[in-house]
Design a protein around this ligand. Structure first.
Ligand SMILES: Nc1ncnc2c1ncn2[C@@H]1O[C@H](COP(=O)(O)OP(=O)(O)O)[C@@H](O)[C@H]1O
Ligand SMILES: [Mg+2]
Length: 562
């Protein structure tokens, strides 16, 4: 769960920006909670379609101590959970207390508990003054990432500067950081340059520039976020129907490939499923790479409609093996276009099945009424079965561990980079080794096939290696460089998506990491880690009889598959 606080001067546009952002996140399937920390009580107005009549302080005043979560938490747009702290009447009592009271109460009632499955919590905090109450979301790690909404106007920047002073005070004890500035434009001259320079002075950056737009006020009059007003109600369906048209008109085959006539044989390129057909497919596919996206969209929407049980309600990920996806996306041709794709899903054995894998697919004779025979070949090629995944996952971890131990790291319950201590310095099979980390290594392992493809190599299962085909003992230096680069890119992308930022010293709780850099700028020791990972691959595979060979062409299938 990411815990985020939005600070900024009153009227700068915190609540508007925050709610639009939240509406966007829920459209992406995220579960979000918003805690309004402004006595105005209007932090969730656009999500709720009007003001929340019961702030936490109101409820406590009216109903005493005995309150339920439902009394103080309302469900808004897209299932967002909305709470308003509220505050005393203007000029009476300390405003900050309302915030302290409500955050504590929400905690007591379990609003942030594991079973709520929240992806994000947003605190929308008035930041003209940073007294104890307003600093509350920053304290004790309640919020980890602070974003300041600012504009080019002097007072907005002045307030932002004060907020930063507040952040500094809590950064050490609370483990928080300034994650960036959001410029909500007031159309001041040189606004972008000014805010960028200001961010620079703060050692931060402007993460987004929101233009001033009438659309915001128009949506506000209808008590809606811009997302709801413009996407869901109007442009949304229009966009979706256009998308559908795009999918329907072009279909899942590369354009130029007529569904009923076999393009390659029309061109007289010989056998319909030999190398010639493949090369003509590749030409077509190259001219129309979007067919992969059309296939992915079709597959996803058919699964959603016909097999909702395969879709994880929380992550929205479909439980389908990557080798099956590979077959669906890469197959040479769907004989009857979209209908064929649909038919394959329909014929697959997915009743009471939690995972769509190769075993669920229909028998090959039925399958080949709808797709060319390379479908199963692609599926099998993508299918590194479990044992091999386990081998590679283990090799990845052991390479990492050896690397760390050579560098004199020791196992300890808590990570401490200064003392070179790490909790994961355990053998892969050790019962104490966390399953979640094991699973991460398996994810890395599953990607190996795709990575090898990038350097024109493939893993062959025992029995698939052709006579005279030589297997690699090690990668060439260029391939090795490329693989290490890919390895790091994957790591980097995952960390950036998780909100990591660069810092000289890694600090996991602040999401700061010294390796948020291009591969060639990494500290030597960290490059070594990727090197060790790549080096461990071939030996680990060959131990189990798997070979790595050069070339990624389509080899002939074994008899049993055709
Ligand atoms: N990008 C924008 N374009 C146009 N109007 C905006 C924009 N952002 C905010 N506003 C308007 O500014 C006013 C104050 O915004 P609000 O989000 O309530 O500020 P805050 O929460 O910081 O006090 C609102 O009436 C809103 O419609
Ligand atoms: Mg507000």
């Amino acid at each position: 769960m990411r815990k985020i606080a939005m600070y900024g001067k009153g009227g700068i546009g915190k609540s508007t920006t925050c709610q639009n952002l939240v509406a966007g996140l829920t459209e992406m399937g995220k579960k979000v909670m918003v805690v309004g920390c402004d006595p105005k009580g209007d932090s969730t107005r656009l999500l709720l379609g009007g003001l929340n009549q019961h702030t936490v302080l109101d409820t406590l005043r009216e109903e005493g101590e005995d309150v339920d979560l439902e009394d103080i938490r309302k469900t808004g747009f897209g299932g967002t959970l909305c709470t308003e702290s509220g505050g005393p009447e203007p000029g009476v009592g300390c405003v900050g207390r309302g915030i302290i009271t409500s955050i504590n109460l929400l905690e007591q009632l379990g609003a942030f508990g594991e079973d709520e499955n929240l992806d994000y919590v947003f605190y929308d905090v008035l930041g003209d003054v940073v007294c104890g109450g307003f600093a509350m979301p920053m304290r004790e790690g309640k919020a980890k990432e602070i974003y300041i909404v600012v504009s080019g106007e002097m007072m907005a920047m002045y307030a932002a500067n004060n907020i930063c002073k507040g952040i500094l005070k809590f950064a050490e004890t609370g483990g928080i950081r300034l994650a960036g500035l959001i410029c909500n434009s007031r159309q001041v001259d040189n606004e972008v340059e000014m805010i960028e320079a200001f961010a620079d002075k703060l050692g931060s950056h402007m993460i987004h520039f929101v233009p001033r737009d009438n659309m915001v006020q128009k949506a506000e009059i209808n008590r809606k976020t811009v997302i709801e007003e413009n996407f869901r109600n109007k442009k949304g369906p229009d966009f979706v129907s256009r998308l559908r048209g795009f999918v329907n008109i072009k279909g899942p085959n590369p354009v130029g490939y007529s569904v009923n006539g076999d393009e390659s044989s029309q061109k007289g390129e010989g056998s319909s499923q030999g190398e010639a057909a493949n090369s003509s497919y590749k030409n077509l596919a190259g001219d129309d790479p979007a067919h992969l996206i059309r296939r992915a969209i079709l597959l996803r929407s058919i699964l959603q409609r016909d097999c909702p049980g395969l879709i994880d309600p929380e992550t929205k990920n479909a439980s389908i093996s990557s080798s099956v996806v590979r077959g669906f996306l890469r197959v040479h041709k769907y004989v009857h276009g979209a209908r064929s794709l649909e038919a394959i899903v329909k014929m697959s054995n997915l009743v009471n099945v939690r995972h769509f894998n190769a075993a669920s697919l229909p028998p090959s004779d039925l399958l080949h009424l709808h797709v060319t025979v390379d479908f199963l070949k692609d599926v099998n090629k993508g299918q590194l079965e479990l044992p091999v995944i386990e081998v590679i996952a283990k090799a990845c971890h052991e390479a990492w561990r050896k690397q760390k131990e050579n560098d004199e790291w020791k196992q300890a319950p808590k990570r401490n980079d200064d003392k070179k201590e790490h909790p994961w310095l355990l053998p892969f099979d050790d019962p104490e080794f966390p399953e979640s980390v094991r699973e991460n290594n398996r994810i890395t392992a599953r990607l190996v096939q795709a990575k090898l493809h990038e350097v024109d190599c493939q893993i062959k299962m025992p029995g698939y290696v052709k006579k005279g085909e030589s297997s690699l003992k090690s990668f060439s230096p260029e391939d090795k460089e490329k693989l290490m680069d890919i390895e790091h890119d994957i790591w980097l992308r995952n960390h950036l998506l998780d909100g990591y930022d660069y810092a000289k010293e890694t600090n996991e709780s602040l999401r700061l990491h010294r390796d948020i850099l291009p591969f060639n700028k990494l500290p030597e020791a960290d490059q070594e880690l990727d090197r060790a990972l790549v080096d461990s691959l071939i030996p680990a595979l060959s131990k189990k009889g798997y070979k790595v060979v050069k070339g990624k062409g389509y080899e002939k299938q074994p008899k049993s598959q055709t």
